[in-house]
Design a protein around this ligand. Structure first.
Ligand code: NAP
Length: 267
């Protein structure tokens, strides 16, 4: 069987480093090149001592990368603005994007979805690659049938750029498919410090905690008369996301549409 040819955007980042390792250690995958905003024309080995064993070419321009390397799959773990450019370029060159980067706008996601479906190229947007996190979202969606009052508390490291997290937004979206609409809290509640009650998503609340020491954690709290239910997931290291990245690579080869959320390829 031919190996799946892969390009990783953001290889020096915290997630990118893990993705490079995972791809390198998998016999089915072949890392062909990386996209980085620095070091165009060098190799990973020349640019970064952590990759001294990897003479993989670095491209800054995604068009040039895809035209030269012709990979099967792009894995993007960068920033929202860079990721959008990479995904559009990938689709224009017939390359299937797997997007782990979070924080793109609704308009950007819609543009990617329309282009992927128009060109009939598989595209996976995964706000969370951790299998346990997907289950946490699914269980929360199930519980939302029975509880209207819900607070989502997501906790991440303090270098995270977007808030709330993509996982929290995705959880709220899944919950809203089952939850009867309700504005939570006392009708006359007042924030003495703005933001104290968190962000509002259809009347339920999302709170974002940012602290050094954390990686990626979320708990969803459900409350009803005399009881609460808490569903919690913790990623203790970034390797926890790589099972999902691997799953996405294996699935995307047989996809010809846009998929938002890893849960849609897990079943
Ligand atoms: P990070 O450590 O800041 O890494 C981001 C990398 O992207 C950096 O190496 C950065 O380079 C690079 N970059 C920035 N602009 C670029 C461009 N134009 N072209 C190529 N590379 C560019 O962040 P991280 O923790 O790895 O997270 C990356 C993304 O993944 C974030 O959006 C995060 O929320 C998301 N994430 C997703 C999951 C998931 O399961 N889906 C899990 C964790 C994180 P410089 O260092 O030069 O700026």
């Amino acid at each position: 069987m031919n190996k799946i040819k892969i390009v990783i955007a953001g290889p020096r980042g915290k997630m990118g480093i893990e993705a490079v390792k995972m791809v390198q250690n998998n016999e089915q995958f072949q890392l062909e090149a990386v996209i980085d905003r620095k070091h165009n024309g060098k190799t990973l080995a020349e640019a970064d001592s952590r990759f001294s064993h990897l003479p993989i070419p670095i491209f800054t321009n995604p068009d040039q990368c895809f035209a030269t390397v012709k990979p099967d799959v792009l894995i993007d773990l960068t920033t929202p603005s860079a990721c959008y450019q990479h995904a559009i370029s990938a689709l224009n060159y017939g390359v299937r994007p797997i997007i782990g980067t979070t924080g793109m706008s609704k308009a950007q996601l819609t543009a990617i979805e329309e282009l992927a479906n128009e060109k009939q190229i598989g595209c996976i947007i995964a706000p969370n690659f951790a299998i346990g996190a997907i289950l946490m979202m699914k269980f929360s969606q199930m519980a939302a049938k029975f509880f209207q009052d819900i607070e989502i508390i997501e906790m991440h490291h303090d270098q995270k750029l977007d808030a709330p997290s993509g996982t929290a937004v995705k959880t709220a979206e899944l919950i809203s498919t089952e939850r009867s609409l309700k504005t939570q809290g006392h009708p006359n509640e007042h924030e003495n410090i703005p933001g104290a009650r968190g962000a509002d998503f259809e009347g339920m609340k999302i709170h974002s905690v940012r602290l050094p020491g954390l990686i990626a954690h979320q708990q969803v709290m459900f409350g009803a008369e005399g009881e609460t239910l808490t569903i919690r997931h913790d990623s203790y290291n970034r390797n926890s996301f790589m099972t999902g990245v691997k799953l996405a690579i294996q699935a995307i080869i047989n996809l010809d549409t846009y998929v938002y959320g890893l849960e849609n390829i897990m079943e």
